[in-house]
Design a protein around this ligand. Structure first.
Ligand SMILES: [Zn+2]
Length: 170
């Protein structure tokens, strides 16, 4: 593998076009509402789709080298996180990243809006993950069936099964 392609795989991906279409639409609508003149939360999509290479690095190090703070993951491969399926995003403050002006309250305000747009929030989990949102029709984490399906039939098959292409589960 050339250094160039390896580097590309290790960059944080915040391109909404790498996400499932219905999920991407929910995320973009929720972000627009977060950042409306009325709400002015200054929310940004920090990371969406996560490659196998980047997930492996996160898992090995426990944290990324990108400042100021880093997500920590329990998932050893990208198929154990919905990020690896284009079905999860991490939302942070555009200037303060993981330390928004009102702390957890800021994440709660963002979450209230994202939930109205069909997303589930990592802040509701026992192991709290405040910046994390995923498609509302996903299980908390990918099942063996989901891992098998993406391996055999690809990402689109999982999106279709979970209604993340047109909002209608297959
Ligand atoms: Zn996440």
């Amino acid at each position: 593998m050339s250094a160039g392609s390896n580097q590309a795989a290790l960059m944080v991906d915040r391109d909404p076009r790498r996400l499932a279409p219905a999920f991407a639409e929910s995320v973009l609508r929720a972000l627009a509402e977060c950042n409306s003149s009325q709400n002015a939360l200054g929310a940004m999509l920090y990371e969406g789709y996560r490659s196998a290479e980047l997930q492996a690095m996160y898992y090995q190090r426990g944290r990324t080298v990108i400042p100021p703070l880093a997500p920590v993951t329990n998932a050893p491969t990208n198929l154990q996180s919905w990020h690896g399926y284009g079905l999860a995003v991490d939302i942070v403050h555009e200037k303060k990243y993981w330390s928004p002006p009102e702390g957890e309250k800021w994440f709660r305000r963002v979450a209230a809006i994202f939930k109205q747009h069909g997303c589930a929030w990592g802040g509701d989990w026992k192991s709290v993950d405040l910046p994390h949102f995923q498609w509302g029709l996903c299980t908390a984490s990918p099942s063996k069936a989901a891992r098998d399906l993406i391996t055999s039939d690809g990402m689109q098959a999982v999106w279709s099964r979970l209604g993340a292409i047109d909002g209608k589960p297959a």
